[in-house]
Design a protein. Structure first.
Length: 69
């Protein structure tokens, strides 16, 4: 087993239990390196947990048009 295979196995041992506990694995394509977050997930969280705040956000903002997952 090479180092990459061992690393992948180790990562999976961490990922599986947290996903079983309700954590959602993010889509790498939606990860924003500049912000160090999954932008659609972030906006989805705010939209769900703080709807009044979300409604006050500027509708012209490109961020407001991001689809949440």
């Amino acid at each position: 087993m090479n180092a990459d295979t061992k690393e992948a196995a180790c990562q999976q041992e961490v990922i599986d239990p947290v996903c079983d506990g309700g954590w959602r694995l993010g889509d790498p394509a939606s990860y924003t390196h500049e912000r160090a977050l999954y932008t659609p997930d972030c906006f989805g969280y705010v939209k769900t947990t703080q709807p009044k705040c979300w409604q006050k956000s500027p509708s012209s903002s490109p961020a407001a048009n991001v689809n949440s997952t």
